[in-house]
Design a protein around this ligand. Structure first.
Ligand code: GCU
Length: 445
């Protein structure tokens, strides 16, 4: 506690009050709000100091990330997704759904991502604008949406979810929908030079392409945890250690968008996919794991807290995720595992089990090239897919089919769970056509 007291001699709440609401605050005061929130959480979980994250630019070489495969597996034993907490082997689908899956859900909620509270208010969707236009030679409808959250429990906090959807203007109904965690405000038909946008690829296949703006659900910063949907449910107070972080909040917002698609026969909400890159790759995997209506996921370059295992030592580390810059993505309890005496090896789950929660739905784990995407641990993401595969197999589907890393541009694409490392960098780009083929085969049929 000493460090916390020194930073905030007036007490955490007094500091928070001094900086008021996030809207008018300067960058500096936002940082102070985040520091107060972070300090409050450290004291709640009883951590004085974390071990710190990897720092590629540090003068101190011992802080650099590891990229040597020979030393990347300091903790080679991962929890078995098919053994229950009391040591019983999961032998069939019934036991998976009745016993083991709920155990894994509970462990992720308790130790990694936090729980969605029982009192989350409802959302009312409005169409704010609708346009008919040409999109690369195809007539389309672009619909802009706003999901207004009922804030009667705390009227000073407003949450309005921004989303849009573009679809072929030909009267078709029951369209599959590919949804991206991205930036909801812009025109989804804007062009990027000669390169086809993902929306254009989706439209050419005759489906709908939607974007949801995560920051309109929950800010991507610790300073925002007392506002957004998390702050609204806590009536402006700091979080408790098992309260949800931004990743789960973004997933909650996506679930509400799926509710909207369920109300309009233009769309087939049973055929929707989520895609995201980097932090939004993490969000996509978290959303898909917990929301069983999501039929497919394109999980791109998601790294730690996404597809890459905590037990791996390659690129970013748990220390980065639980730092004051990123801890808002997860629940407070995760901080304990990045501070002595606990280690990553003490986390009672690992990320292959998050992928396993997606089973048997169509999940595509995507990474970029070794150099372009190394911070996000391309091999670790594959290892998680490989270790999740037995759950797909138990449920009667093929997983990635091997535990040997396949190398670049050599996708393991036959199963319901797939892995492909593309030649590009930290992006989804080159894997889009592969994902859309996979979605067509496994979901649209
Ligand atoms: C950082 C962070 C990653 C994250 C990325 C991003 O690099 O360590 O975990 O994926 O930011 O989202 O941009």
């Amino acid at each position: 506690m000493a460090a916390v007291v020194a930073l905030f001699p007036f007490g955490v709440n007094a500091q928070f009050m001094m900086f008021g609401s996030g809207n008018r605050a300067s960058q500096d005061s936002l940082r102070k709000i985040a520091a107060a929130d972070y300090a409050d959480m450290l004291s709640k979980v009883g951590v004085e100091q974390t071990r710190g994250g990897r720092q590629p630019n540090s003068q101190d070489e011992s802080k650099h990330p590891n990229y040597d495969e020979l030393t990347a597996n300091p903790y080679p034993f991962y929890p078995d997704p098919l053994v229950t907490e009391n040591g019983k082997k999961v032998r069939n689908a019934r036991m998976w759904y009745k016993v083991r899956r709920p155990e894994i859900v509970r462990l992720f909620e308790e130790h990694v991502y936090g729980r969605i509270p029982d009192n989350v208010p409802g959302v009312t969707w409005e169409v704010t604008n609708e346009e008919h236009k040409d999109f690369g030679g195809t007539p389309v409808v672009v619909r802009y949406l706003k999901g207004v959250v009922d804030n009667s429990i705390c009227p000073s906090i407003t949450v309005e979810i921004q989303a849009n959807v573009v679809y072929p203007d030909n009267g078709s109904t029951k369209l599959p929908v590919i949804i991206e965690f991205g930036f909801g405000g812009g025109d989804p038909t804007r062009s990027f030079g000669n390169q086809k946008s993902w929306q254009q690829m989706v439209i050419e296949r005759g489906w709908a392409a939607a974007t949801i703006n995560p920051s309109s659900i929950q800010a991507d910063a610790g300073s925002g945890l007392t506002s957004g949907i998390i702050g609204l449910c806590n009536k402006g107070q700091f979080r408790q250690p098992t309260d949800w972080g931004s990743l789960r909040a973004w997933g909650w917002g996506l679930s509400r968008l799926i509710d909207y698609f369920e109300t309009d026969k233009t769309f087939d909400a049973t055929k929707c996919a989520i895609e995201g890159v980097s932090r939004y790759g993490k969000a996509s995997l978290v959303a898909m794991a917990f929301e069983e209506r999501i039929a497919a996921g394109f999980i791109a370059s998601s790294g730690k807290a996404g597809a890459a295992g905590w037990r791996r030592d390659c690129g970013e580390s748990i220390g980065n995720i639980i730092s004051s810059e990123e801890y808002h993505w997860v629940c407070g309890n995760l901080i304990k595992y990045g501070a002595d005496p606990l280690t990553e090896n003490d986390i009672p789950v690992d990320q292959h089990e998050l992928i396993a929660l997606c089973a048997p739905r169509a999940c595509f784990i995507s990474t970029g090239s070794w150099n372009g995407d190394k911070w996000q641990d391309v091999v670790g993401s594959f290892i998680s897919a490989s270790k999740a595969s037995p759950v797909y197999e138990l449920l009667g589907y093929k997983g990635v089919g091997t535990d040997l890393f396949p190398g670049m541009d050599n996708g393991l694409m036959d199963g319901r769970l797939t892995y492909r490392q593309h030649h590009g960098g930290h992006e989804a780009g080159p894997n889009w056509p592969y994902f859309l083929d996979f979605f067509e085969r496994e979901v649209v049929r």
